[in-house]
Design a protein around this ligand. Structure first.
Ligand code: HXC
Length: 283
């Protein structure tokens, strides 16, 4: 689907791009010709990621910035524009999360996650949007949310659910408001994709990890390449008429809410079909 130059002439900032899904997206974008800026809190991680990303031959730079700091984010956007000559895309990927019973959350714990996820995404988007509007440039924003950002929410990850729901609302609000400036704003809602950050915080044991798989019709976790391809598509000129959209990529996990879906897990499909046959005969 992609040509080698699909993202040529793009300069894309990926927050939290030093590891996990952020780094995988950075690899894909660079492979398709984009220059890459990554930011995060851990310099060593960013330095190593930058060295890795240079293998694709495009310009790659790192910026040590906590997305919670509005002023520092503004300085970073200015530096990126000065270093690369422009900035054309932003991926709000930086996130924080942990499992906790909601009654045991401290206000500080709730705030830490909402600050990273919601305020961090706002900070980057606000500075980037203003730069684009002032410079009369078109651009792309992609927000990485989760499947529980919409509809259901989720037990035991309350701050993340609240933060990500806010980011989804921001996606749709700005897609409309900034459409007139040629700025597209989309989101991806990933199901479980193995990353060190998510797995250590959200999947406490191997048994838990195995059990979780039963929720996914595809019977497996997502591959980073699959999400990176989707992100590249949404960030490219292959999707000029898509905005305000949230694309779920979860092997069907989100559909588990279907009223009778659970009966598949009660017994094997063969037994289930035999019961259906019996019921049909009885009329
Ligand atoms: C309860 C916790 C906690 C835990 C931290 N806190 N970890 N509370 N359970 N496991 C509380 C602390 O006690 C403190 O509260 C407050 O949170 C801030 O903690 P700090 O460590 O001081 O904050 P900070 O250094 O900013 O760290 C932020 C962090 C950390 C989010 C807590 O884990 C982090 O940096 N994470 C980044 C990476 C990450 O989380 N990746 C996973 C993303 S996965 P007090 O009251 O003392 O102030 C993801 C995918 C979702 O989002 C979809 C999955 C299917």
């Amino acid at each position: 689907m992609f040509k080698e130059d699909t993202l040529q002439d793009e300069v894309i900032l990926i927050t939290g791009g030093g590891s996990g899904l952020g780094l995988s997206m950075a690899h894909k974008f660079a492979e398709l010709g984009a220059d890459i800026a990554i930011c995060g809190r851990t310099e060593k991680k960013l330095q190593e990621a930058t060295e890795e990303l240079k293998e694709h031959g495009t310009d790659v730079r790192w910026y040590s910035v906590d997305v919670r700091d509005y002023e520092k984010v503004g300085e970073m956007i200015e530096s990126i524009v000065s270093d690369f000559g422009k900035l054309t895309g932003l991926v709000n990927n930086a996130a924080g999360n942990f499992l906790s019973a909601s009654e045991d959350l401290s206000p500080g714990g709730f705030k830490a996650i909402v600050d990273i996820v919601l305020h961090g995404s706002f900070n980057c988007t606000h500075h980037f949007g203003n730069y684009l509007i002032d410079d009369k440039r078109e651009g792309n924003i992609l927000n990485i949310v989760t499947t529980y950002a919409e509809d259901a929410g989720s037990a035991f990850v309350l701050p993340s659910a609240c933060g990500k729901a806010g980011v989804l609302a921001m996606t749709r609000s700005l897609a409309f408001e900034w459409g007139t400036y040629g700025i597209r704003v989309n989101a991806i809602a990933p199901g479980p994709f193995p990353t060190e950050g998510a797995w250590t915080r959200l999947f406490p044991t191997k048994k838990f990890e195995k059990k979780y798989l039963q929720k996914i019709p595809a019977g497996r976790y997502g591959e980073h390449e699959e999400l990176a391809n989707l992100a590249a598509f949404l960030m490219s000129d292959l999707a000029p008429y898509i905005t305000g959209e949230c694309v779920t990529i979860d092997g069907g996990e989100k559909l588990s809410a279907g009223q009778f879906n659970f009966i598949d897990g009660l017994m094997g499909r063969g037994k289930l079909k035999a019961i259906f046959k019996m019921m049909k005969k009885k009329g």
